[in-house]
Design a binder for this molecule. Structure first.
Ligand SMILES: [Zn+2]
Length: 502
């Protein structure tokens, strides 16, 4: 059985989803989870594109063990040098360089001919090889390139030292039979193809990214580029959880598997949702809320008698346990820390203390504390940023015959201030009060409330997006009181804007 490498590009291509940008801290948190998930390669960013990307690659490389850390670089000298600079202290590193090969890109975007594109590609692979052993090359827009020319480029870059050749369906144009045939053609026609791993990078414009990637595996591809929840440019990338579970579930057909620890899939999906603010549709395969919900009476009857009647994947396989009671009011610090360890979180002492304090508070409000509740507490702790504003108190008057009124007390740069406002509802009133005390010029783009577990005492999680001068930030807040959660989320986003302003 072959092992297909999983190249995760959530932090690079995924981050290119409109509105999904992440700060360095958030990227490190996602990268740590990707390592737990067992991906083989993490594309941590595009070093030359921004100081934030550069920093993220460097930090992830310094903090992570396990996966190969990769930076993207155009086929330009300054790009490759910048990628090297970000990677030079990383023990397992890869430079991924790319150049278009389709006539349509060469003619209109680059205004160069095929020979020139080939020359640049070869030279830049050679340059990258002077820095690192592990070089990947992508002929951008491969699926709309002339196959003969594509073969010529692939052969030349392998000769120049590329050990992975990645075939991107950049515009999401291909269909499975055609894409599979293209991979087969490369294997048949490129003389030195055995010296490199064939990778694929599919986009989902026609909803075929996963299907195309699987067709490529059937034709000999050995690496799949994908993202958690399938996020990415436009309609997104190949979805990691779908492609991994398709391979796992149908090993009989593919005769291949991955190194992914599938029990980490659900947690990875939730973390990426939380950090990017991009929710997953309920009917999404594998990680959607309804993916394992059986509504039909006939199906339920079958399931009760024998799970395999209607279930092709056990929910536990992707880490979806019946949320079990784990901790409560009387659990001590030790039990809390032990559970965190089991969940894979490593907090510093200060982080642990503050998370534990909030855990105790939560346990006072809520009888049963589930894993999801703890994850919410901890991720709030880990993504904590310097606070220009913090909420001290909140008092709400609301009801059917009441004018919704909020009195909010904030600490604004060491000073305590209080304000009362009316609104269309309690959230509106609280937001007006906070906006006026912080003098924010931001506008609210998105407001979303979600319950983390079941029951009326569940933690409510609020996610907001704010825009100010073209910058978009997201804020999160979790509390058993959704008005408090809403205020926390708003304050969290305002703090992020304050950090960016500095
Ligand atoms: Zn892409």
């Amino acid at each position: 059985m072959r092992t297909i490498k999983i190249f995760d590009t959530t932090l690079r291509d995924g981050e290119q989803s409109p509105g999904a940008s992440m700060n360095v801290n958030e990227k490190v948190q996602v990268a740590k989870q990707l390592a737990r998930l067992g991906v083989d390669i993490i594309e941590a960013g595009f070093a030359i594109s921004s100081p934030g990307d550069f920093e993220a690659i460097k930090t992830i490389g310094a903090e992570l063990e396990g996966p190969v850390i990769c930076s993207l670089a155009r086929a330009r000298e300054e790009d490759i040098k910048k990628a090297w600079e970000a990677l030079k202290d990383v023990p397992k590193r890869r430079i991924h360089t790319f150049h278009s090969t389709s006539d349509i890109h060469l003619k209109y975007q680059f205004r160069i001919n095929r020979e020139e594109a080939l020359k640049r590609s070869v030279n830049m692979v050679k340059l990258a090889r002077t820095f690192v052993e592990d070089v990947e090359f992508s002929p951008m827009d491969a699926t709309r390139s002339d196959t003969g020319y594509l073969c010529e480029v692939i052969e030349a870059v392998i000769d120049a030292g590329a050990s992975t050749v990645n075939i991107p369906d950049t515009v999401g144009y291909s269909i499975p039979s055609e894409f599979g045939a293209l991979i087969k053609a490369l294997r048949d026609r490129v003389k030195n193809i055995d010296k490199a791993v064939i990778s694929v990078h599919c986009h989902n414009d026609l909803g075929l990214a996963v299907a195309n990637s699987l067709a490529a595996v059937l034709n000999g591809a050995g690496q799949i580029e994908c993202t958690v929840n399938g996020i990415g440019e436009r309609a997104g990338n190949c979805s990691m959880e779908e492609v991994v579970m398709a391979l796992r579930t149908r090993r009989d057909i593919f005769n291949a598997d991955t190194n992914i620890n599938t029990e980490e899939i659900m947690r990875s999906s939730r973390l990426v949702t939380k950090i990017t603010g991009m929710s997953v549709q309920p009917n999404k395969a594998i990680v959607g809320d309804n993916a394992f919900a059986h509504e039909s009476g006939i199906h339920q009857d079958g399931l009760l008698k024998e799970k395999s009647t209607y279930e092709i994947i056990k929910p536990e396989t992707i880490g979806l346990h019946k949320t079990k009671l784990i901790l409560g009011k009387h659990s001590g610090r030790h039990a809390f820390k032990a559970r965190l360890d089991e969940l894979g979180y490593k907090l510093s002492d200060t982080e642990l203390n503050s998370a534990f304090e909030r855990f105790k508070k939560l346990a006072d409000q809520k009888k049963n504390i589930y894993d999801e509740d703890i994850e919410a507490l901890v991720s709030e702790e880990v993504t904590r940023i310097p606070e220009s504003y913090s909420i001290i108190d909140l008092n709400i008057v609301a009801g059917i015959n009441q004018k919704p009124t909020a009195t909010v007390k904030l600490r604004v740069d060491e000073e305590l201030i209080e304000k009362t406002e009316h609104g269309d509802g309690p959230v509106d009133a609280a937001y007006k009060a906070i906006a006026s005390m912080t003098n924010t010029k931001s506008s609210l783009l998105k407001f979303e409330v979600k319950s983390i577990t079941g029951g009326t005492d569940a933690l409510g999680e609020v996610m907001v997006s704010l825009e100010e001068g073209g910058r978009v930030v997201r804020g999160h807040g979790a509390d058993t009181d959704i008005i408090v959660a809403s205020a926390k989320a708003y304050i969290n986003a305002l703090n992020k804007l304050a950090v960016r302003r500095k």
